[in-house]
Design a protein. Structure first.
Length: 300
């Protein structure tokens, strides 16, 4: 089976490509802007006919689109998260209409939700900022494409390689910089929001199951931990793994723009269990341990 992973050098893309390469009878092709990519393409700027020519030559049985932007201005987010999937779908319809497309969406597409409620895939989508809005536009492009496609709407991933543009990666970098200084102080924003954390390795397994499952899949599947945890729990667990001896200070709002106005986020993952036989297997402690180990700093 030939599987093209677009964005294979990114955070989740790297996990997914590694997981797929470990499967028997699978050949993984990497696609993206890296000079080492098997297929050199930038979905933010590619023309559909040019991408179609590349896809026709590669002849993938399936495509996993992990390419996306989590930061930048609204134009950058729109180019990568909205235009990119639309161009990919247009090219696939021409060059490989029988290939299965698995696209990574985001739970940020839901926007503010009612506290205490696990959100199903049929819930209203009311993104609170440009990131969620552009990810939603990408989801619509995929689900309306007419292709054999499904969107994995991912919660808040945690694991090795987490980028500094997200809270887990940013806190890990700050803890590494702080070392064992007892007078160190981590000044963060309000950590009272609840998030649905999911291990990056569990996301990779969900992508593999979505690629290889027989028959059509639901257009959207929630991929999360299935439980809401205070962001404060993540930070404290990471600080404990790092042996941090200083103080954690919550200084005002100061949160990510992607998290604007969203105090609660929790996904109902029943549909993924029913369609893929998937449930998360890694605890938050295990995810944090993998993240900290990847920093290359011995636990203190």
């Amino acid at each position: 089976m030939h599987i093209l992973v677009l964005g294979n050098t990114g955070y989740l893309g790297a996990h997914i490509a590694e997981h797929l390469r470990a499967q028997p009878d699978v050949r993984v092709l990497g696609g993206g802007r890296s000079p080492a990519a098997d297929i050199s393409v930038d979905l933010a700027t590619a023309r559909p006919r040019d991408l179609a020519a590349l896809l026709a030559e590669a002849a993938p049985d399936a495509v996993v689109n992990c390419a996306g932007a989590t930061g930048g201005d609204a134009v950058t987010l729109a180019e990568v998260n909205a235009r990119g999937p639309a161009v990919l779908c247009a090219a696939l319809r021409v060059a490989a209409p029988g290939a299965r497309l698995v696209h990574l969406g985001s739970a940020a597409e839901y926007g503010p939700t009612e506290p205490g409620v696990r959100v199903t895939e049929s819930a209203a989508t009311r993104p609170a900022g440009p990131y969620g809005a552009t990810k939603l536009a990408g989801t619509v492009a995929v689900t309306a494409s007419g292709l054999d496609a499904t969107v994995l709407r991912v919660g808040n991933p945690v694991g090795a390689g987490a980028p500094p543009t997200g809270l887990p990666g940013r806190v890990a970098r700050l803890l590494a910089d702080a070392g064992d200084d007892p007078d160190a102080e981590l000044r963060l924003g309000d950590l009272s929001a609840h998030r649905d954390f999911v291990d990056a390795r569990d996301v990779a397994r969900a992508a593999r199951l979505a690629v290889t499952s027989a028959g059509p899949l639901p257009p959207v599947l929630n991929i999360g931990g299935g439980d809401a945890r205070p962001v404060r729990d993540l930070v404290r667990t990471l600080a404990q793994a790092a042996g941090f001896r200083g103080r954690i200070v919550e200084a005002g709002s100061g949160g990510s723009a992607r998290s604007a106005q969203v105090s609660w986020q929790c996904s109902d993952i029943t549909a993924a269990r029913d369609a893929l036989g998937w449930t998360p297997t890694h605890t938050l402690d295990a995810s944090v341990a993998a993240l900290w180990a990847a920093e290359g700093v011995p636990a203190r």
